[in-house]
Design a protein around this ligand. Structure first.
Ligand code: SAH
Length: 248
């Protein structure tokens, strides 16, 4: 059983590489694939870069070059629901492409020829991931000190399982959010890769999970301290959740 782990954040990849027993490293198409053992499991780790094309090509290469039986995608995302806050975790259930519109040929959001408006992640792995996140949040003070949590305004972080919308836009304006929510009112957060990875995994019939740490509220402050959040918070989250998930 080999698991492919893809992240859209360099900082997360670095945090995982710090604990990966690397066996082999190969570079193709401007991506570096690290094979090795992570918390007792065989894995291949790669930084996808940002956006749907970047992540779709990365996951395709990963599936074709390595015998991968499961994909986990991690990264950060912007919250677009009032109950979702910075520091929360979203475990994707349905993945939509909010900027895909082939109407009137097909419905808005529908992926041409697949006849699907969204892709659904693997149920069992979703439950396993939720447990891994709960275990992390129960012990969050062992990973992030009080000052750091205060600094990033993280008090009682929550885990949400729900819809995620991906698109090739960084969302930072009210009008963008209203436009996404008018068509997809159930979406909890926005990002730039999840649905693309989901589509490729669906087409290859490989189970996949999408997990996101909320880094911003998709508003005018969304870009503020991005690398700092990725380095000091999201990378800690990704490493801890993966440890709990893989060690089971
Ligand atoms: N420029 C930043 C990081 C890139 S932002 C830096 O210098 O580190 C793009 C990444 O953040 C993508 O992986 C995307 O999926 C995610 N993301 C986080 N908040 C987002 C938002 N509000 N809208 C779209 N993507 C977001």
């Amino acid at each position: 059983m080999k698991i492919g782990i893809i992240s859209a954040m360099k900082e997360e990849i670095q945090a995982i590489l710090n604990v990966l027993e690397v066996r082999k490293k190969s570079t193709k198409g401007m991506r570096t694939y690290f094979e090795g053992t992570l918390f007792g499991k065989e894995v291949v780790i790669v930084f996808s870069r940002w956006g749907k094309v970047a992540s779709a090509t990365t996951v395709t290469q990963l599936l074709n070059d390595f015998k991968i039986q499961e994909i986990i995608f991690t990264g950060v995302a912007g919250a677009i629901q009032p109950e979702v806050s910075i520091g929360d975790i979203i475990i994707g259930e349905e993945l939509y492409q909010h900027d895909l519109d082939g109407s009137p040929l097909v419905d808005t959001y529908e992926v041409p020829l697949l006849g699907l408006r969204s892709f659904t992640t693997n149920h069992e792995n979703r439950i396993k991931l939720k447990r891994a996140c709960e275990d992390f949040f129960d012990h969050i003070h062992n990973y992030l000190d009080h000052d750091k949590l205060v600094q990033f305004k993280i008090s009682k972080p929550n885990i949400h399982i729900g819809a995620i919308a991906s698109g090739d836009q960084f969302i930072s304006r009210k009008e963008q959010i209203s436009s996404i929510l008018s068509g997809l009112p159930q979406v909890k957060c926005v990002e730039m890769e999840g649905a693309a990875v989901a589509q490729v995994c669906y087409e290859y019939n490989i189970p996949y999970s999408i997990i996101r740490t909320i880094s911003d509220n998709a508003n005018q402050n969304a870009h503020v301290d991005f690398p700092k959040f990725a380095h000091e918070v999201a990378s800690i989250y990704a490493r801890a959740v993966l440890e709990n998930y893989l060690k089971v």
